[in-house]
Write a protein that binds this ligand. Structure first.
Ligand code: AMP
Length: 415
């Protein structure tokens, strides 16, 4: 609701500006797509698809779903519109609501808003990873959000080597499973289940009593293959070169096969347990999985609701409420003059309240005050006849007479 929507607009405008200076163009995606797209792109076994998606049957009995995230739709568009023929990489961003049937709480909603950016095609050089991360950090800085923390990790790749031996992430997941089996009785029921289904997810645990055990587990850094280790080292060097501060977090992982190498998460203060405002990473296998050509990809999604909450908590959520000018008019001649003055002031970009009916000046000034107007322009028959208008500053009650001709310039300067 206004005036908060002003803040939302400022956030989105800042993203458009910052992303625009990095060569991103905006894509507008459908709000719903075939369920199949999300089942494939997000993964049928994930909580998002298996429990949280709003899916329904269309009239032709196909299943469609409200989008739970934007990457799937962007990749679908890349394939469908032959963007592989465009100069690579293609840089796209997107704004809008996402839908997940989660348990609502502060910072967690069933309809929430994301600001999403993806770089598709071209190479997988860490030069791209580091620039994408730098860009999102510049965006937060531009908004003046204090206490933002960037965490990074590399999750390697999920391929096997030629003789079928487990390498890189697969070798790590296996080592993790073996280590977890040994400490299983010290874990809670959820984590115990995950040892079988998806050991990486045990690392997400926030349970107090599991933390000490998790600290003893093997870390992915020790299992990265030479190429992935080199990619990660180079990414960190480039982040340093760009002046981006980060913290390494070996527990930052993603379970899906097509995610690889760079992952990152950004947290902000004032949000309690839901403190992640941005998550991102590289997903080089996704477009191919969706039926497109082999294509590199990296991107992130910012949780806009949480970002707004954090800005407000930090006292950076102020918006200029109210009006610049309230036109208090009385009399038939004054009405014509007031309409003309409102037209001129609005054309100059000022926010003007022109009451639809005349009011006694006392009442009009009270109204102006309630609306948070900064100035009142007082137009009675006397003012109209003399061409000498009165401008009153509502903050301190001071008044001055001005000439009709200087109205726009003067108020613009004051505002
Ligand atoms: P994800 O798409 O799950 O990687 O989430 C990216 C970002 O979106 C998170 O860091 C959150 O800031 C935000 N987000 C995800 N789910 C929700 C939700 N249910 N309500 C509000 N924000 C969310």
């Amino acid at each position: 609701m206004p005036p908060e929507t002003e803040l939302w607009n400022r956030v989105e405008q800042t993203a458009r500006e910052v992303f625009g200076t990095h060569g991103f163009g905006e894509i507008r995606l459908p709000v719903f797509e075939p369920t199949e797209l999300f089942a494939r792109a997000v993964g049928g076994e994930t909580d998002i698809v298996s429990k949280e998606m709003y899916s329904f049957e269309d009239r032709d009995e196909t299943s469609v779903s409200l989008r739970p995230e934007a990457t799937a739709g962007i990749c679908r568009a890349y394939i469908e519109h032959g963007m592989a023929q465009w100069p690579q990489p293609v840089k796209l961003c997107c704004f809008g609501p996402m839908f997940r049937r989660e348990r609502p709480q502060k910072g967690r909603y069933r309809q929430f808003y994301q600001i999403d950016a993806e770089v598709l095609g071209g190479s997988d050089t860490p030069g791209i990873d580091s620039e994408v991360i730098e860009m999102v950090m510049v965006f937060f800085e531009r908004l003046g959000l204090p206490g933002v923390q960037l965490e990074i990790n590399s999750i390697g790749h999920s391929g096997t080597d030629t003789d079928g031996k487990l390498v890189c992430r697969r070798a790590y997941v296996e080592a993790l499973r073996v280590a977890l089996e040994k400490v299983k009785d010290q874990l809670g029921a959820d984590s115990q289940r995950r040892v079988e289904t998806n050991p990486l997810r045990v690392l997400d645990s926030k349970l107090e009593h599991e933390q000490a055990v998790i600290e003893t587990l093997p870390r992915i850094g020790e299992y990265l293959c030479a190429d992935c280790a080199k990619h990660y080292a180079e990414m960190k060097r480039l982040l340093d070169l760009r002046g981006v501060k980060y913290r390494e977090n070996w527990r930052l992982v993603r379970g899906l096969d097509y995610y690889m190498r760079t992952t990152f998460e950004i947290t902000a203060p004032g949000l309690g347990s839901q403190n992640a405002v941005c998550g991102g990473g590289r997903y080089d296998g996704l477009i191919e999985l969706l039926g497109g050509p082999p294509t590199k990809g990296i991107g992130f999604a910012i949780g806009e609701d949480r970002l707004i909450l954090s800005l407000q908590e930090a006292g950076k959520g102020g918006v200029a409420a109210g009006r610049d000018v309230y036109i208090a008019w009385m009399g038939e001649k004054a009405q014509a003059t007031a309409i003309a003055a409102a037209q001129k002031l609005r054309a100059a970009g000022l926010r003007v309240e022109l009451p639809a009916t005349q009011q006694k000046f006392g009442k009009a000034l009270g109204q102006a005050d309630k609306l948070g107007a900064r100035y009142a322009l007082i137009l009675g028959d006397e003012e109209v006849a003399s061409g000498q208008w009165t401008v009153k500053a509502l903050a301190d009650g001071s008044q001055e007479k001005i000439n009709e001709a200087e109205l726009v310039e003067l108020l613009k300067k004051k505002v």
